[in-house]
Design a binder for this molecule. Structure first.
Ligand code: SAM
Length: 242
């Protein structure tokens, strides 16, 4: 059950308060710590993902492939080779490098609110020869993307960290091209794994409802991932300028 252990660790990472763990096992009990998601519902803010080398052991554990099925997630994004794609809250770049390979004539922008994560991804891109992968620093309130510039946005294990999701989603909508789409991947509320506590887990209906408030048409995709839900969203017709 190595893959389940990996999932536990990855989802636990979403909920873990600072300081960073020194071992993988240290990350497996974040919700029993006094400082938990229950004390800080819905977001964490910056300062919690500051040691990329440590987090890379978790986020880039090869066992994660069997858990989150990155190829299936990326296939659902219907990428064209020349698209501009954002990996929002990219962490150590687990999805960024895969996306960069999927759009060889396009570009991938890995964003995060933690500068050390972005520096890690820049070095990784160089190491892996991915000239189409760059980074951009976001803030808790804004993705920091140019208007009308992005074809696809992938948001994995990040959305529950965003404090003001409707306002944030409005800014995200502004960054999209007319046919642009956003894909939000979150741990299922009923997933029997350690991770964000119940109060933090987002039902797909909630994600869709909040996105609708922000001017999106959103729906949960039937990708049949074991522990995650994927919501696809595009700007509702007539929503420009909301
Ligand atoms: C659990 S990690 C997921 C990393 C990556 N998406 C993955 O699946 O491997 C969450 C990441 O989101 C970042 N983050 C948290 N809130 C954010 C926000 N409002 N905007 C951008 N990134 C954020 C954190 O710094 C961290 O790197």
């Amino acid at each position: 059950m190595k893959h389940l252990a990996a999932l536990t660790i990855v989802t636990a990472a979403c909920a873990r308060p600072s300081p960073e763990p020194t071992t993988a096992s240290a990350m497996r009990h974040p919700h029993h710590a006094p400082h938990s998601h229950d004390a800080h519902p819905h977001h964490h803010g910056a300062g919690h993902f500051q040691d990329p080398a440590q987090w890379a052991r978790i986020f880039d554990d090869p066992a994660r492939d069997a858990v989150i099925a990155p190829d299936r997630v990326i296939a659902a994004m219907a990428l064209a080779p020349s698209m501009t794609v954002v990996d929002l809250g990219a962490g150590t770049g687990y999805f960024s490098v895969r996306l960069a390979r999927a759009v060889p004539a396009g570009r991938v922008i890995a964003t995060d609110i933690e500068a050390p994560m972005l520096r890690y991804i820049e070095a990784r891109a160089q190491r892996e020869g991915l000239n189409n992968l760059s980074t951009a620093l976001g803030t808790e309130d804004s993705p920091g993307l140019a208007p009308g510039s992005v074809d696809r946005v992938l948001v994995v294990d990040v959305w529950h960290h965003v404090a003001h999701r409707v306002a944030y989603a409005r800014r995200l909508a502004e960054a999209l091209t007319p046919d642009g789409r956003v894909f939000i991947v979150e741990t299922r509320p009923d997933a029997e794994v350690e991770g964000p506590p119940p109060a933090m887990r987002l039902r797909p209906e909630t994600i869709c409802q909040e996105l609708a408030e922000a001017g999106f048409e959103a729906r949960a995709l039937g990708l049949s991932l074991a522990h995650h839900v994927v919501v696809e969203a595009r700007r509702a017709q007539g929503s420009a300028g909301r």
